[in-house]
Design a protein around this ligand. Structure first.
Ligand code: ADP
Ligand code: MG
Length: 750
């Protein structure tokens, strides 16, 4: 456990709820939706409810201590200082008094009911104490003590024993090895943690997997002006996980937004189910560290090696609507925006600035993140022309030039905010000496926050320069306008707001069920040993699931190759095929465009001579040429934690260089594959150009969903890769020409 430190409340820990104007001259506007705190908590009666932990009638602190610096003292002090509305009972058999309160020798000696017990006793005593709590009728445990699963050996046994006791008595457990919980709802006002930060009241719920970081998160959130509704540090997650908390917070009115710091997801399936539902109602933001097992996918699989580390977790968050951020700073900034600003309706952005340089920076930043710099409606340009001096730029980005005062900002913003071609605004202000920054901030607030609620647009501000900067920033923040120092930060924030919009707009599709020849696939797969299937077998399995392949024959001699080519019709492609021959092109084992029998005979002879000795049992695959013009990759790799991970990307032999692949976790619905292709950097390459028709993506999408059905039907399949699937278009058929399937071994399956 981290060493104890006691600091005063963070000086910046003034939540937006306690917004006192810094000076009398500064007004705040009543339109705002500040962190509203519900005074009437919702009653929940579900058995799995975490009310016993967050909304207890009384709390016992077992292992309460009088020693300065001891966690058992800090927890009691925090409960007292937070103004908990119920009784707190310090329990310690060896001390009579803790913080002026008489102690109880054991929890059983407490007369009134106790819903929550916070355990700070030595690890060896935890199980016995938990049992006493169970007998006493305690319903929730927060186990702060460390020395459990995280230390291995006896720690693991101890954690198992603790959970047996908890289950026997129906107690929910947070931790062990955690920092505690906080609930600022006024009806409880409980800080049962050893955090040194007193959280301002607000509407953000936070869960931290790491205790030590939990402290930092609380402090930084406070500094960022975010008020906390509830907080939990979940430690080893022996019982309560992030998913449980998200589910609990779904129904807490005080919680409007959820922040996560996670290192790994204990039960990804549960997380997906819960997060997908809750994120539609309340934004969920996450910072995740740690790497997933995806990168460890079997050697030789493009899908696995391109996926690399962490892509599974990334994909999973994206698919269930969780906004993943790179840093806590970005997470807190986005949280503030989401609490106070609407999400944009589309990607058309306007920039209003009083300096050219920052305007260009903002333009570039927005543009590089895929947001559009909008073109104003004619009316707006005309209004701007009337309102602004002739040197100003009336087009986007609007440059009010350095002499712009509050009045000029006011008139420009009034026109731009109402423009139907504008979905969101970034307002820049570089403070010149002669201009009153606070007056400009007031103008920004009045012209933007005062939009009618129904068609409010998000407004982010960027303040550079110093003159009266602090006051201007505070005025903006207190009125719910996020303030950034650099345009890039504002642009990233806007991009995430737009992502939230896209997520809310997404209409979930269904996963179709195809008619397939399952028995055919089963006959091959059930007989197969672990490892890569032969090409012929892999192709048969995929064909059985309705994936179209170029016609081909497998032969052993050059003469037979010529006969096969005659039967298939020219031109043909000739490939060497053998166990262990993985990337054929690397060995010049693929010969395309063979136009007649002589060419086939020569190529076949060459392949047999060059590779025959190295690959015993070498065969030749004679394949009809696929007439399509665009190569894509379709794949799936089974991730140890997250299950099947699907890939779609630009294919062919250069896939590892291009690395242009999109991923999804199962289950995919019918909307996922088209979205995957649309999200590729090289998506344009699949559209019509230079006289070629657009690639037939619906066929590729269909094939990907068929792959999904295949891996659902056969859990022994660990990897499938079709590369390339050669897409036709405009009547030309689309055909797969190369595919691999890997059967997992028993250890992997465990
Ligand atoms: P590998 O991936 O093992 O190198 P492939 O069978 O994927 O071998 O072939 C490599 C490349 O050759 C493909 O990306 C494609 O461009 C071309 N190719 C292979 N088979 C055909 C075919 N039947 N029709 C047209 N092009 C083909
Ligand atoms: Mg290939």
């Amino acid at each position: 456990m981290p060493p104890m430190r006691r600091q005063n409340m963070h000086p910046g820990a003034r939540g937006l709820t306690v917004s006192q104007p810094p000076t009398a001259a500064i007004r705040t506007f009543p339109l705002l939706r500040f962190d509203a705190v519900s005074r009437r908590p919702t009653a929940r009666s579900s058995a799995s409810s975490l009310d016993a932990i967050f909304r207890p009638r009384a709390v016992a602190v077992i292992g309460a201590s009088r020693r300065v610096g001891a966690i058992g003292r800090q927890v009691v002090a925090n409960i007292l200082e937070s103004g908990f509305t119920g009784p707190v009972y310090p329990v310690n058999a060896r001390t009579d008094v803790v913080l002026s309160m008489p102690t109880y020798p054991s929890v059983s000696k407490i007369r009134g009911p106790v819903d929550l017990a916070v355990l700070c006793v030595p690890a060896a005593e935890v199980v016995a104490v938990a049992k006493e709590c169970g007998k006493k009728g305690v319903k929730g445990l927060v186990v702060i003590t460390a020395g459990f699963r995280e230390i291995g050996g006896e720690g693991v046994t101890r954690e198992v024993e603790l959970m047996e006791v908890a289950r026997r008595y129906g107690m929910r457990v947070i931790g062990p090895n955690c920092m505690g919980i906080v609930n600022t709802e006024p009806a409880w006002s409980l800080d049962a943690s050893f955090s040194a930060t007193r959280s301002p009241v607000g509407s953000v719920a936070m869960v931290s997997q790491s205790g030590a970081l939990g402290e930092a998160i609380l402090a930084d959130a406070a500094a960022a002006g975010l008020g906390v509704a509830m907080f939990a540090s979940v430690g080893n997650r022996a019982d309560v996980t992030a998913a449980d908390l998200i589910e609990y917070w779904e129904h807490c009115d005080a919680v409007r937004l959820i922040l996560l710091y996670v290192e790994s997801l204990g039960d990804p399936a549960k997380f997906v189910e819960v997060a997908r539902r809750v994120s539609r109602k309340k934004p969920i933001l996450a910072v995740k560290s740690g790497r997933s097992a995806a990168g460890a996918a079997a050697a030789g699989s493009h899908t696995g090696s391109v996926a690399g580390a962490d892509v599974a977790a990334d994909t999973l968050f994206q698919q269930c609507g969780v906004l993943r951020l790179e840093s806590f700073r970005d997470m807190f900034a986005l949280a503030a925006s989401l609490l106070h600003q609407p999400v944009p309706r589309g990607d058309r952005m306007a920039i209003v600035t009083n300096a050219g340089g920052p305007g260009i920076l903002a333009t570039d930043a927005l543009d590089s993140l895929g947001l559009r710099i909008t073109e104003f409606a004619k009316k707006t340009t005309a209004q701007l022309r009337r309102a602004l001096p002739p040197e100003a730029s009336v087009h986007n980005p609007v440059d009010l030039i350095a002499s712009a005062d509050a009045d000029r900002y006011r008139r420009a913003l009034r026109a731009v905010v109402r423009d139907p071609n504008v979905d969101g605004l970034v307002v820049l202000f570089v403070s010149p000496i002669m201009i009153d920054a606070v007056a400009v901030a007031e103008a920004i607030v009045e012209e933007t926050v005062r939009q009618p609620e129904a068609d409010r647009k998000p407004v982010l501000a960027c303040l550079m320069g110093r003159q009266r900067g602090r006051e201007a920033i505070e005025l903006l923040r207190e009125n719910g306008i996020p303030v950034f120092r650099y345009p890039e930060d504002a642009a990233r924030n806007m991009q995430m707001l737009l992502r939230r919009r896209q997520m809310l707009d997404r209409v979930p599709g269904t996963a179709p069920r195809f008619r397939v020849r399952r028995a055919t696939a089963a006959r091959i797969l059930d007989a197969a040993a672990a490892g890569w299937l032969g090409s012929e077998a892999a192709e048969s399995v995929l064909r059985a699931y309705g994936i179209p392949f170029a016609k081909s024959r497998f032969v052993a001699s050059a003469g037979d190759a010529v006969a096969a080519a005659h039967a298939l019709g020219y031109p043909v492609v000739l490939k060497a095929d053998a166990k262990g021959l993985v990337h054929k092109s690397d060995l010049r084992a693929v010969r395309v465009g063979l136009g007649d029998g002589d060419a086939v005979f020569d190529a076949a002879t060459d392949l047999l001579r060059r590779l025959g000795r190295r690959f015993p049992g070498l065969r030749l695959q004679v394949q009809a040429r696929a007439p399509g013009h665009r190569e894509v990759l379709l794949g799936v790799t089974r991730d140890g934690r997250y299950g099947p991970l699907f890939a779609a990307g630009l294919g062919g032999v250069r896939v590892e260089v291009l690395r242009d692949v999109a991923f999804r976790i199962a289950p995919m619905d019918s909307e996922d594959p088209p979205e995957m292709f649309a999200s590729l950097k090289g998506a344009a390459l699949l559209r019509a150009f230079r006289g070629d028709p657009a690639a037939d993506l619906p066929v590729a999408c269909d094939a990907l969903l068929r792959l999904q059905q295949l891996v659902f039907d056969f859990p022994q399949i660990f990897d499938v890769e079709i590369n390339p699937f050669i897409l036709g278009g405009g009547g030309t058929p689309s055909l797969a020409v190369d595919a691999r399937i890997r059967i997992g071994s028993d250890e992997e399956g465990a």
